[in-house]
Each structure stands twice: as C-alpha cells, then as structure tokens.
Ligand binder design. Sequence first.
Ligand code: UDP
Length: 249
Amino acid sequence: MNQQSLSSRTTNIFDIPISVMSMRETVEYLSEAIRTKCVHQVITANPIIVMAALEDAAYMSVMQQAELIVPDGTGVVWAASRLDKPVAERVAGYDLLHELLREGAPLGWKAYLLGAEPEVIRIAAARIREMYPGIQIVGERDGYFTDDEDREVIADIRAQQPDLLFVARSAKNQEPWIGKYKDELHVPIMMGVGGSFDAIAGKNKRAPELWIRLRLEWLYRLLKEPSRWRRMLALPKFAWLVLRTKRRV
Ligand code: UDP
C-alpha cells in the first residue's frame, strides 16, 4: 500500500489523521515499508498526545508530518467513531512493538533500541533477544543523553542501519526528536514506545488483561503511578472536546 492509498485509510481527529487499519493490516503495511526502505515515523496516539498537539503548534506539526499515526488509546478509538469514521480496532503501541518483532524474527530484521534507564534497556534487550531470537539487536542505548550528544547518537544509528528504531524517552521528547532527525536517520520504521522497555524489563507491569478489556488501562496506570494525575487531566478535557464537537456537527 502506498502513501496515497494510506490517506483513504485514515480518520480525522481534530486535524490529526489516525490510521483505521487493523493490527494485522498495520504490520503488513509497515513490513512493506521495511522491504522498500521507505521512511516512516510511527506515532501511537492516545488522548494525552492529541491534547498535547492541540495545545502546542510545534507538536501538532510533528504529528501532521508523521507517516503513520495509530490509535493507541481507547479514547482515540471512541473519538474516531463519534467524529469521523471508526477505526478497525485499537492498535496499542506496546502490542505493535511485539507484533513487529514477531513478524521480523524469521526475516532477521535489525532493531535499534534507544531509551529508558541503562539497567532497564539492558534487561529489555536481553528479553527481546530471548523472545525473538531472529531479531538482530544492532544497538541499545539508554535515553538519558543531552541535546549535545544527539550527533553521536545519530551517527551510531546511521552506522548500524537498522530496520526498526524504537525510542522510549517519554512522549513529549521522543516524537519531536524522531520528527527532527528522521530524514537523517533514514530508518524505515521509527516509533516512540514510551514506557514499553520498562514493561518488557518487568519494571512497570502493563495492566492486567481484564482492565484492558474493560478499557480501564488508563485508570490502572493512574493508580500505580499517582504522579501521573496532572498529565491525565488531558483525558476529561479530550472527552469534553469530542462530545462538544459532536453536538456542533
Ligand atoms: N525516558 C528516557 N529519557 C528521558 C525521559 C524518559 O529515556 O529523558 C524514559 C523513561 O526511563 C521511561 C520512558 O522514557 O522508560 C517513558 O517515560 P515516562 O513514563 O515519563 O513517559 P510518558 O508516560 O510521558 O510516555
């Protein structure tokens, strides 16, 4: 599927084009991008990210220039069906990360892991090697480097020529960072993965299946990490905006 046909596979949430593809279709689309070496910044959108874009023009511009935005949060799935057209299903970033590694293992895809604390990234890389033996991890580096070190980080990624670059440096840093350097990095799939390395390393557990099924993953995270309450104020704001917009249509 090329970029042109992709545009018919998006739904609009406040001028942000969100993919309506299922998980399977997304993995196939991204596999094709790897095969053809076509650069893709993948953003996994949740209401917090959408609100950040609405409140910050620079962040919005990064999102609008991303090649693929998938509906990571249940709030985004809900908003899509109210505002424009429904998405096929939720495509959670954590699940997409695993699906891509599973898909790439028999094909020997090369992955570069960038982000999280040094101990976390070391354990996460070891676990990924164990779980997906065919994947070649060509780089692993923690996410605590300064802007002055960007050049050195980019040079190493370019030298390793990965197929996949996963960046875990919190949403407010990782998406703008990838957006700023994606042309130089020239990696087929570059994706911000937030707390995924922590989850893989067993530092932060993902919500139990029942909470996810009840669409309460956000509440689980809030209860586990109460310090997140401030950024979670974006959730009611987002819901209110969606409801108000629907009434105007
Ligand atoms: N992180 C990082 N560098 C930073 C800030 C965060 O590598 O400068 C890592 C952090 O260790 C964690 C991940 O980014 O593994 C997600 O962090 P956080 O939960 O703060 O992000 P958010 O929930 O905003 O995506």
